[in-house]
Design a protein around this ligand. Structure first.
Ligand code: ADP
Length: 261
């Protein structure tokens, strides 16, 4: 998995580079489309020349759509980090998630009784849950069960989910499990690659899990995957916890400002 994550990071780097190129490319395409529109006004409608220019515009418009997709993926969002209660965040999403899943799939949410405080961007966290839930839904047939669970786990120095920059200790965990088709080793080793998908054209972009991975990394967390073909899959996300005591200390009394001289 370590190698797999390294690979995903490398590909994320490529994504950022591609985003830069896509941005410049999009500007050039705008110039091409604009120029073609002007030329079209000057040419007899229905002529050979007009048809050719229409062809140029169609191709340039398609290219612009594609670059927009790449841009949307590679653009790093500025995070709005706040202290959040993890259970509250999950609860606030359940209605929306329930609507995504068909009636014949059981949906259960198991929240830890513990109060779990994390520092995170609520919108990004929502994006993560959404992507994982959509994938779980797609992997299941009627009768399946989707479970979202919160809890904590102790990550030791020797633990494989403790990635570089993560201090050992107790972490908040959100897990998303399904009883779906699972993944073979080959698929599992590639899921975090941007554009890797086993879904049909128009059904999958292959950007869901690479986005999830990027968000989790930005939150100084990590992600684990357990999957068995024919049985199901569990994704677990480990996020640093904020101690409540720390929050109390974060609001010191106003210190007197020393006067110069
Ligand atoms: P997409 O969903 O657009 O294909 P993702 O990056 O979200 O892109 O997922 C990549 C691939 O990982 C999927 O095409 C699928 O093969 C596999 N996958 C992800 N989640 C699951 C799951 N819960 N069960 C089985 N396979 C999964």
């Amino acid at each position: 998995l370590e190698r797999q994550l390294l690979q995903a990071q490398k590909l994320e780097g490529i994504g950022v580079l591609a985003g830069g190129i896509a941005h410049d490319f999009n500007n050039l395409l705008t110039a091409i489309i604009g120029g073609a529109e002007i030329a079209l006004n000057d040419i007899a409608p229905g002529s050979k020349g007009a048809k050719a220019i229409h062809g140029v515009m169609d191709a340039a418009t398609r290219a612009a759509d594609l670059t927009r997709q790449i841009l949307a993926f590679s653009r790093k969002q500025v995070l709005s980090i706040k202290e959040l209660n993890l259970n509250d965040e999950v609860l606030s999403q359940t209605k929306m998630l329930r609507r995504l899943i068909s009636e014949d799939i059981k949906f259960q949410v198991k929240l830890t009784p513990e109060e779990l405080c994390i520092k995170a961007d609520a919108g990004q966290l929502q994006q993560v849950l959404l992507n994982l839930a959509v994938n779980a839904r797609d992997a299941m047939s009627p009768g399946g069960t989707l479970t979202i669970e919160t809890g904590t786990v102790m990550l030791q120095r020797s633990d494989r989910w403790l990635e570089e920059g993560m201090p050992p200790g107790r972490y908040a965990v959100i897990s998303v499990s399904d009883t779906g088709m699972g993944m073979d080793e080959d698929t599992k080793s590639r899921i975090f690659e941007p554009f890797f998908t086993t879904k049909g054209p128009g059904e999958g972009t292959g950007l869901g899990l690479s986005t999830v991975h990027g968000v989790v990394k930005q939150h100084q967390g990590s992600i684990s995957v357990y999957s068995e073909p024919g049985k199901g899959t569990t994704f677990r996300i480990y996020l640093p916890r904020v101690e409540r005591i720390e929050a109390a200390q974060a609001a010191p009394e106003a210190a007197p400002i020393p006067r110069g001289k």
